[in-house]
Design a protein around this ligand. Structure first.
Ligand code: GLP
Length: 237
C-alpha cells in the first residue's frame, strides 16, 4: 500500500483527477469503479473541467458505481444515480449504455457482478472511506470474500448520510459491490479527507487487518494508493 499526503483537499482532488484522466489516456476503454460521497466531489469537478478542454475523453470508458440505496428510484434526489448524473455523467461524453449504477428498486446483485465480468473486470477503482472503515457500503464485519449483495446500513452510516434525505426517510438498506469484487480491480485508489477520517486513516495505517475494519482488506491488494489530505493524516505521517 502506497501513501501520499496532500496539504489541502484541493491538491488531493487535483491529483486524483489527474490519475483518473491519465488512466483513460493510457487505456481509452478502461473500466472504472466509481465512488460517491463528499470526498470525491473535488475530483469529479476537476475531471469535468479538464474534459471540457479535451476531445472526447470518456467516449469508450465504462463505469460501475460501488453502491446504491435500496428502495429509492434513480430519479430520487438522494440516490447515487442522481449524484453521478449531477457530478459526472451529464458533463462528459460517457455513453449512457456504458455507465452502471446498481438498481436500488429492482436490485440484481448477481446480475451486477455478471455485468462487471462481461466488461472485462474493473480496471481502476476509486474509493472513499467511511468513518467506521467501510468501503462501498461494506460495513464492519463484512467478510473479505463478499460479493455484490444487499446489506443493512449501520445507524452511524445512516446518520452520516441523513443530509441527503431531508424528509428523514433515510434508507435502511443498500446494494454494494462486495470486498472481493473491489479487490479484483487491477488498481485501487482510496481518497480520505476531513478531520472525521483521521481515526480511520490511523487504523488503516496500523495494518490492523480484519473484517472489523473493512478498508484493511486493501492490504491484501498489490496496487493500492491512499491519497490523504493533511487534515485526515495522523501527526506522525
Ligand atoms: C458513503 C458511501 C461510501 C463513501 C463513504 C464516505 O456511505 N457509500 O462509498 O465512500 O460513505 O463518504 P464521504 O466521502 O461523504 O465521507
Amino acid at each position: 500500500m502506497r501513501w501520499e499526503t496532500f496539504d489541502s483537499y484541493e491538491s488531493l482532488s487535483a491529483h486524483a483527477a489527474e490519475l483518473l484522466l491519465d488512466a483513460i489516456r493510457e487505456n481509452p476503454r478502461i473500466v472504472l469503479g466509481l465512488p460517491t460521497g463528499r470526498t470525491p466531489l473535488g475530483m469529479y469537478a476537476r475531471v469535468v473541467s479538464e474534459c471540457a478542454r479535451e476531445y472526447r475523453c470518456f467516449r469508450d470508458v465504462v463505469t460501475f458505481n460501488l453502491d446504491e440505496y435500496i428502495g429509492i428510484a434513480r430519479e430520487h434526489p438522494g440516490s447515487y444515480a442522481t449524484y453521478m448524473r449531477e457530478h459526472l455523467f451529464a458533463h462528459v461524453d460517457l455513453d449512457p449504455r456504458n455507465t452502471h449504477v446498481p438498481d436500488g428498486v429492482t436490485p440484481d446483485p448477481a446480475g451486477y457482478e455478471q455485468q462487471i465480468r462481461d466488461a472485462g473486470g474493473l480496471g481502476f477503482t476509486f474509493l472513499g472511506l467511511g468513518r467506521n472503515g467501510h468501503i462501498g457500503f461494506n460495513e464492519p464485519g463484512t467478510p473479505f470474500d463478499s460479493r455484490t449483495r444487499i446489506v443493512e446500513l449501520t445507524e452511524s452510516t445512516r446518520r452520516a448520510n441523513a443530509p441527503h434525505f431531508p424528509d428523514g426517510d433515510v434508507p435502511t438498506h443498500a446494494i454494494t459491490m462486495g470486498i472481493a469484487t473491489i479487490l479484483e480491480s487491477k488498481r485501487i485508489v482510496l481518497l480520505a479527507s476531513s478531520e472525521g477520517k483521521r481515526e480511520a486513516i490511523e487504523r488503516l495505517r496500523s495494518h490492523d487487518a480484519g473484517p472489523a475494519f473493512p478498508a484493511s482488506a486493501l492490504w491484501l491488494h498489490s496496487d493500492v494508493l491512499v491519497l490523504c489530505a493533511a487534515n485526515a493524516a495522523s501527526s506522525s505521517s
